[in-house]
Design a binder for this molecule. Structure first.
Ligand code: ZN
Length: 243
C-alpha cells in the first residue's frame, strides 16, 4: 500500500491539487493519511474537505479544524488567525462543520500513530525540540508517529536512550527500521520553513520507505482568492515567503 501523508492543507485547494497531481506522476497512492488542519487560513475550506472525501483516507483533527466549528476556544489565536477562523466558519456548510466536529484527535493504524500537534498534546503542542521529543516518545505505543502543526518538515529518531533531530529535505528517503521515529512531512497549504513549495510525504509499506517531496504550485491563484474573500494581508503574503 502507498500512503500519501498530507498535513496542514489549510484550505489551500491549489496546493492540495498540485500535491495530488505530483502523487499521480509518481505512480499514485492508495490512501491518504491526513494530519489535520484541513481548513483555516486559506480561501477554500469547503472544496478542500470535499476533495479529501473523494479519496480513501483517514483524517485527524487539527486546532484550526476544531476552532472553526467552536469545539475549541480561539482566544489563543493571533488576530489574523482568528479573523480567518471566523471567515472559515461562515463559509462552510452544515455538513462540513459536522464532519470537522467528528474528527478524532489521534488515530493508530498498524505501526503508526497520527496526531496533529504531538502525541502528548494532539491539538496544541508544537513539537520542535529534542527535549519535547524525548517526553513525547513516551506518549505513543507504536514505532512511528506522524505529526503536523508546526508546518516544518523534520524527523526525530529515538535510538536506545538518545533522541536526535534531523531535517527532512526535498527528495529525502527514510527507510523505516527498528528505531522509533516522529515524522513531520511539513505543510501542504502553508509551509513555514522558508520554502514556499507545498510539502508532503509518501510511505510505501512494501519497501518501508517514507519519501519527502516538495511541489511548486501557482501561489498567486490562492492569493487572489484570499484577497477576494478579504482574508488578512499577512496570511496572503506569507505564502510567497514560505513562512
Ligand atoms: Zn496548521
Amino acid at each position: 500500500m502507498r500512503y500519501a501523508i498530507l498535513g496542514d492543507i489549510h484550505s489551500n485547494l491549489t496546493a492540495f491539487q498540485a500535491v495530488l497531481q505530483d502523487l499521480d506522476s509518481r505512480g499514485g497512492f492508495d490512501r491518504i493519511w491526513c494530519l489535520g488542519d484541513v481548513v483555516g487560513y486559506g480561501p477554500e475550506p469547503h472544496r478542500c474537505i470535499e476533495l479529501l472525501q473523494q479519496y480513501d483516507y483517514v483524517c485527524i483533527a487539527g486546532n484550526h479544524d476544531w476552532a472553526a466549528v467552536g469545539s475549541i476556544d480561539i482566544s489563543d489565536f493571533n488576530p489574523d488567525a482568528a479573523q480567518a477562523c471566523r471567515w472559515t466558519e461562515q463559509s462552510m456548510s452544515l455538513e462540513d462543520k459536522e464532519y470537522l466536529k467528528g474528527l478524532p484527535a489521534t488515530i493508530s493504524i498498524g505501526e503508526f500513530t497520527l496526531a496533529h500537534g504531538s502525541p502528548r498534546e494532539p491539538i496544541w503542542e508544537y513539537l520542535l525540540s529534542v527535549g519535547q521529543a524525548v517526553d513525547n516518545f513516551q506518549h505513543f505505543d507504536t514505532n512511528f508517529c506522524l505529526i503536523g502543526h508546526s508546518h516544518i518538515p523534520l524527523v526525530f529518531e529515538q535510538q536506545s536512550d538518545t533522541v536526535t533531530l534531523q531535517n527532512f529535505p526535498d527528495g529525502a528517503v527514510l527507510t523505516l527500521g527498528k528505531n522509533r521515529l516522529i515524522i513531520n512531512p511539513g505543510s501542504v497549504g502553508q509551509p513555514r520553513d522558508h520554502d514556499p513549495r507545498a510539502s508532503y510525504a509518501l510511505y510505501d509499506s512494501k519497501t518501508g520507505a517514507v519519501c519527502h517531496y516538495r511541489v511548486e504550485y501557482d501561489i498567486s491563484v490562492t492569493q487572489v482568492k484570499m484577497q477576494q474573500e478579504g482574508l488578512p494581508d499577512f496570511l496572503i503574503q506569507r505564502l510567497s515567503l514560505g513562512w
